[in-house]
Design a protein around this ligand. Structure first.
Ligand code: NDP
Length: 345
């Protein structure tokens, strides 16, 4: 374990990995989706023997085209290390039907999210190691970072050590994925699941609501919609704000934007009722920790995703904000002397 400075968390880094941790073991990556594809490619490029478990459809075709042996979930689940990269809400059914019956005693079962472990949605047999290796980065970006020789953060834990070398295997997996070049924070599945859901259900909705409300109010006041979306995110300036948080610090980056932005931003922040926001966020966290959110999401999946279908219809339907983006992309393309991109691209 690296000890760069006193910290209450344990962080594993490159020095904690051992190149031969998974020597002679085959890793089955179950699911060749967003993160599954990246995991499989990174693990293979790190020299591990990797096979894919997937249903026979487009993902399986892509995995074969990219040089992997593809088997059914049940066949792949008899590998030495089984890394489950299926959508969270799909894991309970797939686990009980296909994965659990095929697991070999002494194997290791790894998850990229604490969700199904945290809310008691699966019960791994007591003959296998149970690991959490949960990247904090989506598939394409995690792949790009790996290829650039950079790492990406993850939360990791040993949830059950039945082989006596579960930690070794967890670090081996993290190293081969490219995680240890950045850092792996030790965190139990129950806390990782809460952390993940908490941030995406608090910061995410508030940011989204702020953008939608500012768009509506600006439009009502006669500001051109294209210019509103340009100001809020299409110019890319907002990305530099978040980069500033990371590189300079959340508070200290404020000085990067000049005194007018700092003065206005500070006053308006003080005017907000932060206690009301915090009260709401506490209720969200309680709901997540109680397992109530996971129960609702599992019901959503069992009922055929009615809410997600509605959300997708809204996302892909006509809307003033999407029209403004399309128009602005057209203006950008024209300025470069190119044809406007197809709508929605
Ligand atoms: P995806 O939605 O991209 O996974 C799709 C894969 O799951 C495909 O291989 C698909 O194959 C398979 N799949 C979907 N439904 C079923 C089903 N009913 N039965 C069998 N296979 C199915 O998932 P992600 O990559 O986004 O997430 C995977 C895991 O990684 C999750 O635990 C997630 O929380 C975690 N994670 C994801 C991150 C991300 O940014 N995406 C970041 C960090 C962690 P097919 O449909 O062909 O069967």
């Amino acid at each position: 374990m690296s000890e760069a400075r006193p910290t209450s968390v344990t962080v594993y880094s490159a020095a904690d990995g051992t190149p031969d941790a998974l020597a002679g073991e085959t890793v089955a990556v179950l699911g060749y989706g967003n993160l599954g594809r990246t995991a499989a490619l990174n693990l293979r490029d790190s020299g591990l023997k990797v096979l894919i478990g997937n249903r026979e459809d487009d993902y399986a075709v892509r995995a074969r085209a990219e040089g992997f042996e593809v088997r059914s979930l049940a066949q792949a689940a008899s590998a030495d290390i089984v890394y489950v990269l299926l959508p969270d809400e799909v894991i309970p059914d797939a686990f009980s039907k296909d994965v659990a019956p095929a697991l070999r005693p002494g194997a290791a079962l790894a998850f990229a999210s604490g969700y199904s472990l945290a809310y008691g949605l699966i019960r791994p047999p007591d003959t296998v190691d149970v690991l959490l290796v949960a990247p904090r980065m989506g598939g394409a970006h995690a792949r790009a970072r790996y290829l650039a020789g950079e790492g990406f953060w993850a939360c990791v834990s040993v949830e059950a050590d039945r082989s006596g070398r579960a930690k070794h295997r967890m670090l081996g997996l993290a190293q081969a994925l490219g995680i240890l070049r950045a850092g792996a924070v030790e965190m139990r599945a129950v806390d990782e699941a809460a952390l993940d859901l908490f941030v995406e259900q608090t910061v995410g909705p508030l940011l989204g609501s702020a953008i939608m409300a500012a768009f509506e109010v600006g439009r009502e006041a006669g500001l051109p919609p294209e210019v509103l979306v340009m100001e809020m995110y299409m110019s890319g300036e907002m990305e530099t704000v978040f980069r500033g948080f990371r590189e300079i610090g959340f508070l200290r980056a404020a000085e990067e934007h000049g005194p007018t932005a700092m003065f206005g931003g500070l006053l308006r922040t003080l005017e907000l009722d932060r206690e009301a926001i915090a009260t709401r966020f506490r209720a969200v966290l309680d709901d997540i920790r109680s397992g109530a959110f996971a129960r609702r999401f599992q019901d959503e999946a069992q009922s055929g995703y009615p809410v997600l279908d509605m959300a997708r219809a809204m996302i892909h339907g006509p809307s003033p904000i999407t029209e403004a983006e399309v128009h602005l992309r057209g203006i950008e393309a024209a300025a470069r002397g190119e044809k406007p991109p197809a709508e929605g691209v």
